[in-house]
Design a protein around this ligand. Structure first.
Ligand SMILES: [Zn+2]
Length: 276
């Protein structure tokens, strides 16, 4: 009986000790797991942060290089030749070339006229633009000018918004920058800053994609715009020359004479100017 009691006491003690060991073990397990988890997470985040910082640095370097190029580009060409030609009263202002290798002075501001509510263009193109829009309406076209003059700052806004969209879709900042560049002109290289370019779409189809070209309105414009001094600036199969993908909505004023030759000979503005 006494032996049994001792045995029972011993077993109880043993059981309690075992319980303690198990509880302590369990708690330390949780703590160790937690510490280990946060350590792994910290290493992972550290890695991601490093990668992100590297990409941002590359991006900043690229931007700096780009703005350097823009600055030196504009001074090398004789103190912003583009804006000088554009502001000149003489002939030739409508033929100014604005692209990545021929950027426009960021300070340039044309004399504006309101084409439609809230959309402005260089006042000098208003007579032909109004005529074109009126004739289009006369032929039953339903068009909408979705963009016209955009200053340097607005171009940055468009560029940044598009870039953020790409980042939200999972692209890295650097990839987003490259993707954006394909469809949005890098600020300083957009024709919209000259006031000579317009984005015109069909009111029945507002998307800025290749299907826009199939609308009645885009067809009408492609066929008739030259009569009013406009050209389809970024035609299909000419991206290698213009540096911009096919944009069936982007029209640029170049004057009637040039527009006629460009249309007849199926040229881009780059090709036309290199022939002069
Ligand atoms: Zn455009």
């Amino acid at each position: 009986m006494r032996i049994d009691n001792n045995k029972a006491r011993f077993l109880k003690k043993y059981e309690e000790r075992l319980k303690k060991v198990l509880i302590v073990g369990f708690i330390s397990g949780i703590i160790i797991c937690f510490l280990l988890g946060s350590l792994i997470n910290r290493i992972r985040i550290g890695g991601l942060e490093k990668k992100y910082k590297e990409q941002i640095t590359t991006l900043e370097d690229k931007n700096e290089q780009l703005s350097g190029e823009l600055k030196s580009g504009s001074t090398q060409k004789g103190e912003n030749q583009n804006s000088e030609i554009l502001s000149s009263k003489e002939e030739g202002w409508a033929l100014v070339l604005i692209n990545e290798s021929s950027p426009l002075d960021t300070e340039y501001r044309p004399e504006l006229a309101e084409a439609v509510e809230g959309k402005f263009v260089d006042a000098r193109i208003m007579p032909e633009l109004s005529e074109m829009l009126e004739d289009a309406v006369g032929d039953g076209m339903q068009m909408y000018i979705c963009s016209a003059y955009r200053d340097y700052e607005s171009q940055w806004e468009v560029f940044n918004t598009t870039m953020v969209d790409w980042i939200n879709q999972g692209k890295s900042p650097l990839e987003a920058y490259e993707e954006t560049k394909k469809s949005v002109a890098v600020p300083g290289t957009s024709e919209h800053a000259s006031g000579l370019a317009l984005d015109i779409v069909s009111t029945k189809y507002g998307e800025l994609d290749d299907k826009q070209a199939e609308t009645e309105e885009a067809r009408w414009l492609a066929e008739n715009c030259w009569k009013y001094g406009f050209i389809l600036r970024y035609p299909p199969e000419k991206s290698a020359i213009t540096g911009i993908v096919f944009e069936p909505w982007h029209y640029r004023y170049v004057g009637k004479e040039a527009a006629k030759e460009i249309k007849e000979k199926d040229l881009t503005l780059e090709e036309y100017l290199s022939r002069q």
